[in-house]
Design a protein around this ligand. Structure first.
Ligand code: SN0
Length: 311
């Protein structure tokens, strides 16, 4: 693997997931692979799981890890040819060139603006790192995708499924803040590549990018959509068509124990209790959010392993 910025950098989903579940049994098996190799993690935004699980994964492989909260460094300029006489002190060309000399792999987290749809769609941060770095790039959530999360999600479904082809539903839920579509996008793309009965439910106006959703069934009636589900993945996102806007905070869309039925509950975390999902769900043994978060380590580890093998 050269880079991991989209789930499509994975060649074979089934074998990668199988390999990850094996790796989980013996995480230190390849502890020599990353010896004297450095992972630099760059955060433009907050992180708990991503930061800790990716560092843990790298250490399982024997790597050294350096973390930089980019907001503590110089403000970066991404436009080409600008006269840099305002707030941005350093151009991405120099920054990426410099970091590439310190790192064997660079991992980047950069959320969307949720204001400028075209700029977010262009993925200007991750694209600039791909362009100006001389080492592999891993996305730790970009403007439109969260491929490490989606891989952890697929592993979790594989581990908990009790039938050959489980019914998986992605449900929108209310939230006080405008959130990215990234997690939902990558989950939708991943489920399209798995043997599952997959559908999405959300209020009108919350349609995700049609180029991503393609022919996945969308139901505006949540209760109907959730019927007989084996996995309910809940996530808020802001409107894509009315870009970045909060159109509804209707708490009838909060996931309750009643609506969950017998299904397993999934969420990428962090989650707002009793806004997105009620306590009774998170506190029940149908919730697999902790196991899902644990799989973030092994998703990162399989990706790092595949990249290290090609260095
Ligand atoms: C991010 C998102 O993309 O939705 C990261 C999820 C992995 N989530 C948030 O920003 C939640 C923030 C909040 O205040 O609840």
């Amino acid at each position: 693997m050269k880079n991991y910025t989209t789930i499509h950098n994975i060649k074979d989903f089934s074998s990668t997931i199988k390999e990850t579940i094996e790796l989980k049994k013996n995480p230190f098996l390849f502890s020599e692979l990353g010896k004297h190799k450095t992972l630099v993690m760059l955060f433009f935004n907050s992180s708990l799981r991503t930061r800790l699980s990716t560092e843990k994964a790298a250490k399982h492989l024997g790597m050294d890890v350096m973390v930089l909260n980019v907001n503590d460094a110089w403000n970066l300029e991404f436009e080409d040819g600008t006269v840099m006489n305002l707030n941005n002190s350093e151009h991405i060309k120099e920054a990426a060139g410099v970091i590439s000399q310190y790192a064997d792999i660079i991992a980047v987290r950069a959320f969307p603006t949720l204001k400028n749809k075209q700029k977010d769609a262009s993925e200007h941060v991750i694209t600039s790192f791909l362009k100006y770095s001389s080492v592999p790039i891993i996305s730790m959530e970009s403007a439109t995708a969260h491929p490490l999360q989606a891989l952890a999600d697929a592993i979790t479904v594989e581990e908990f499924k009790t039938k050959e082809r489980p019914k998986v539903v992605l449900s929108w839920a209310p939230h006080p803040k405008a959130l990215p579509q990234a997690v939902a996008n990558s989950f939708v793309e991943m489920m399209q590549n798995r043997d599952v009965d997959f559908s999405v439910t959300h209020p009108e106006g919350y349609e995700l990018n049609p180029e991503i959703v393609k022919n996945v069934p969308v139901n505006y009636n949540q209760e109907e959509a959730l019927k007989d589900a084996d996995f309910v993945y809940v996530k808020n996102w802001s409107s894509y068509s009315d870009y970045g806007q909060i159109l509804s905070q209707d708490n009838n869309w909060m996931l309750t124990k009643e609506k969950l039925g017998q299904a397993k509950f999934m969420h990428c975390l962090p989650v707002r209790r009793n806004v997105v999902v009620e306590d009774a769900v998170l506190d029940s043994d149908q919730s697999v959010v902790l196991q899902q978060a644990n799989n973030r380590t092994f998703a990162a580890q399989i990706v790092l392993k595949k990249i290290l093998e090609e260095l």
